[in-house]
Design a binder for this molecule. Structure first.
Ligand code: AKG
Ligand code: FE2
Length: 352
């Protein structure tokens, strides 16, 4: 292990077990009722809504099939991603992201202050993405995060933009189902996503000589509303099962997407749906690729438990926080090893 940078080494209690527990119970949900001609069939839709609600409540994670994203769009995205990462580090660093513009290539990301065994390329779904210029609460200045496209592969930009359009459509379908499952009108949450700050990340996890000591991504919860992840056939994503805290491998399913509830849905639902901790194991044999779409609201959105879901018996469990400032604060830890834990939603929890 001589040459491996010690920044990658996880503390003993967070190292992965090489004996994998395969997930049996993670729900697999068929969305064809949404796309078929009889999508007006109320009983098919209400079954789907019930399934989604159960999955959000019991797992915070589920897979969807027959989701309506054309296979070719996904394949073009995946092929362009592979071509991009196959280049030299020097080439990739020409579109390197930095603290001023966090869109682009990056290979030294840290999760909870331990370096991840991966490299990434991020792009905004709405380009440019409007964000607060700083994390300082009183600084009202805004900035634009602008996508950077490499010269090679030349098709990356088009493949990315086409893919983003499809994933945006899928994200609205899912948000509407989730809204219905909370007993709210289908479009109750849609306005939060005007001027959305969603992004897509291309992840590449190279083979790792120390898979028992390092992680592709350390344990974390996604801070946004919802994540829609496409993974390849290698596998490595693990979810912390709510019932017993065991780390469970999410088995790759061809052409499926993995959906997970993020922190914002946890807050909106006043803890009815909890965002779940997950992490990525790497292996010494095969590189792995994955592509998460992070659905995030507009920067100006104040995130707080929805009025309809709180009352005297069930008071709001969180104080409102501004999404843009939260995100700007969080992103600082990606660039610096901070000595304290970065901002988390539990910092806004109201004592019971
Ligand atoms: O690569 C994966 O399977 C998951 C990545 C992930 O959790 C993230 O980027 O937030
Ligand atoms: Fe994640």
């Amino acid at each position: 292990m001589g040459e491996v940078d010690s920044a990658f080494i996880q503390a003993i209690e967070h190292r992965p077990k090489l004996a994998i527990v395969e997930a049996e119970g993670i729900p697999l949900i068929d969305l064809s009722a949404l796309n078929s001609p009889d999508s007006s069939n109320p009983s098919a839709i209400s079954r789907l809504v019930a399934e989604i609600g159960e999955a959000c409540k019991n797992w915070g994670f589920f897979q969807v099939i027959n989701h309506g994203v054309p296979f070719e769009r996904r394949q073009n995205m995946e092929l362009a991603s592979r071509k991009f990462f196959a280049q030299s580090t020097e080439e990739k660093r020409k579109v390197r992201r930095d603290e001023m513009n966090p869109m682009g290539y990056y290979d030294t990301e840290h999760t909870k202050n331990v370096r991840d065994w991966k490299e990434v390329f991020d792009f905004a779904v709405e380009n440019p993405m409007v964000m607060p210029a700083s994390h300082e609460p009183d600084d009202k200045e805004l900035t634009k995060w602008i996508n950077q496209w490499p010269d090679y592969p030349s098709e990356l930009r088009e493949a990315s933009e086409a893919y983003a359009e499809e994933l945006k459509k899928l994200s609205y379908k899912l948000v509407e189902l989730i809204s219905l499952s909370l007993g709210l009108p289908a479009k109750r949450l849609n306005a939060f996503f005007k001027d959305q700050t969603s992004s897509i990340r291309l992840n590449h996890y190279p083979p790792c000589p120390i898979p028992h000591l390092a992680l592709g991504v350390g344990r974390h919860k996604d801070p946004g509303a919802l994540t829609i992840l496409g993974q390849d056939d290698v596998g490595g994503l693990e979810v912390k099962r709510k019932t017993d805290g065991e780390w469970i491998r999410v088995r790759p399913t061809p052409d499926a997407y993995i959906i997970n509830v993020g922190d914002i849905i946890q807050v909106w639902s006043n803890d009815k749906y909890e965002s779940v901790e997950h992490r990525v194991m790497v292996n010494s044999q095969r590189e792995r690729f994955s592509i998460p779409f992070f659905l995030n609201p507009g920067h100006h959105v104040m995130v707080e438990p929805l009025e309809e879901l709180t009352d005297e018996q069930n008071p709001a469990k969180y104080k409102a926080y501004n999404w843009g400032k939260f995100r700007a604060t969080r992103i600082r830890s990606n660039f610096k090893k901070l000595s304290v834990e970065n901002i988390q939603i539990h910092h806004f929890k109201i004592a019971e």
